[in-house]
Design a binder for this molecule. Structure first.
Ligand code: COA
Length: 506
């Protein structure tokens, strides 16, 4: 490799621990629990999981894989392809892994991201046999400097019997100083988390590790893994405009200041369009208190729209990955990465008064949201942090195009086929048709608003269901249980949710 390792491994106790990825992978036994760094493809080890997957081609073993959130091609994908994952926790977003989960070839627990560390503390996921953590450096006083995510790495390192560090010598040195590692005490011995503004620092710059636990250091030169770039299209742009219109009305009504409130945005196409739309908006000096920072955040800082951004990980496109080293130098004092139990902590989300917006797959006429399961059965990605924010935010917003699959699916349905966020947690729904502000409304009034933002082709049959339910059944939340899934059944039988009588005949 020819690099002077002493600039990366600055504590002598670690220098003699370098091993090959193959050797580190050979330590893993059937049934072990691995706590791996990584979140939305950033900060994950790459050489180690590739070597472990290679071993899986000739040996029969399975591990339980716990992470921060989704991993990329070198970890989730290669490990799923090799068939070496028994159980995956708490989030994935990889097509190969999704296929294996839905085919019943591996198990998956789709868990609130802020809950994972507590589950590790409580031991419900078993002991962590190995923590495998990507690092940019090991400091003089023995701290692991993470790379582009923190996720659950601190708790994995604290609780693991053994630690493997994957030292990435291509990671920008400016990662050092960007993290704020605050470790919670056990429940019962815990005080409030002393964070009162999203820009404050309350912890340390790295993860403290006992050198005696570090069994090996694997060297890597594999660059960060980019996510797809989501360019806004007409539909996502319209959803973004509607959401920005909602924010503008809140400011006009004096309910929010022009700096809004600390903002959490989900990942994907709509979130990116909203961030994009904010560049030319009236909003200024916004604080971001989120889980993931996407490309748009750098532009928003430049435009003076965002003044500080706190999260647990990057999720960046190729263009931003390529310029990350310079960007980190430039934006270092405006960005902080925290453990995911801090970025997503209910206490902090509620205290800071975060406005949260995430994407729904489907929403029902009373405001229950499904973010994870297609037709109630097949998991897409997972709940991620959306539940942490939805339950605790000042304003909880879900966005979705009103149609999916070329109009065969309506995102507004009589009853969601899976519930991630209940009607009690959801304030505003935004589609390209408009926004429905559900706050302060009883269920029957919410239904009227939600049907208005459904796609016009589906409004008549939603209205018909709602009117019939009110008339024949009534009650606080009227439903005709035999027909509650009529849209989904029609989709299954006829390939579309649109009933025959509502289809336009040629
Ligand atoms: N039924 C079936 N499929 C649906 C659907 C529905 N009601 N609504 C959308 N889809 C499909 C789309 O057609 C698309 O399929 P494709 O990949 O085959 O083209 C896929 O779901 C993704 O939809 P898309 O419109 O591209 O949205 P997205 O990339 O913004 O992702 C979620 C949407 C909901 C899958 C994604 O945001 C997610 O996983 N959210 C949960 C976790 C979360 O919110 N994390 C952030 C917390 S900080």
């Amino acid at each position: 490799m020819g690099k002077d390792l002493s600039q990366y491994i600055r504590n002598e106790a670690f220098l003699d621990k370098i091993v090959s990825a193959e050797e580190a992978a050979s330590w893993i036994e059937d049934g072990m629990n691995l706590g791996m760094s990584g979140f939305t493809l950033f900060g994950e080890p790459k050489e180690f999981p590739l070597a472990l997957s290679k071993r899986g081609e000739t040996e029969k073993f399975k591990v339980n894989l716990y992470t921060g959130a989704s991993l990329g091609p070198t970890a989730d994908q290669s490990m799923a392809e090799a068939g070496i994952v028994n159980l995956r926790v708490p989030y994935q977003g990889n097509a190969t892994m999704r296929g294996k989960i839905n085919a019943g070839e591996m198990y998956y627990i789709d868990q609130h991201l802020s809950h994972v560390a507590e589950e590790v503390r409580k031991g419900t996921l078993g002991k962590i046999d190995y923590a495998i953590i990507e690092a940019a450096a090991i400091t003089e006083d023995g701290y692991i400097i993470p790379t582009g995510s923190v996720g659950n790495s601190p708790i994995f390192v604290e609780k693991a019997e053994n630690v493997i560090i994957e030292l990435n010598t291509t990671a920008p040195s400016a990662y050092e100083g960007i993290h704020d590692i605050y470790v919670l005490a056990d429940q019962g011995d815990r005080r409030e988390i002393p964070l009162y503004k999203s820009g404050e620092r309350i912890g340390e710059i790295g993860i403290k590790v006992d050198p005696a636990k570090v069994r090996g250091i694997v060297l890597s030169e594999q660059p960060d893994i980019p996510s797809p770039l989501f360019e806004p299209n007409e539909e996502t742009q319209q959803i973004a405009n509607n959401l920005l219109d909602f924010f503008a009305k809140e400011v006009e009504a004096g309910k929010l200041p022009p700096s809004l409130a600390p903002l959490q945005s989900g990942v994907g196409s709509v979130a990116n369009a909203v961030l994009n739309g904010m560049k030319t908006s009236q909003f200024k000096d916004i604080e971001v208190y989120s889980e993931v920072l996407q490309d748009g955040v750098f532009d928003l800082i430049d435009a003076g729209v965002v003044k500080f951004a706190s999260a647990t990980a990057f999720s960046l496109s190729k263009k931003r990955v390529d310029s990350l080293a310079e960007d980190l130098e430039k934006y270092k004092d405006k960005i902080v990465f925290r453990p995911q139990e801090i970025s997503n902590h209910p206490e902090l989300i509620r205290r800071l008064g975060v406005i949260s917006f995430n994407t729904a797959l489907e929403v029902d006429i009373y405001g229950n949201v499904n973010s994870t399961h297609v037709s109630g059965t097949k998991v897409m990605n997972g709940i991620g942090g959306s539940g942490d924010f939805a339950r605790n935010a000042r304003i909880t917003i879900f966005v979705t195009p009103s149609l999916a699959k070329n109009g065969a699916i309506s995102a507004i349905v009589p009853f969601v086929s899976h519930v991630d966020h209940t009607e009690h947690d959801v304030d505003v729904i935004v589609t390209e048709q408009g926004y429905a502000d559900l706050r302060g409304l009883p269920p029957v009034k919410r239904a009227e608003k939600l049907i208005e933002i459904a796609h016009p082709t589906y409004r008549p049959q939603l209205l018909a269901y709602f009117e019939e339910a009110k008339e024949k059944v009534g009650g606080q939340t009227p439903h005709i249980l035999e027909k509650a899934f009529s849209f989904h059944n029609n989709l299954k039988e006829k390939g579309t949710m649109l009933f025959e009588e509502n289809q336009v005949k040629n």
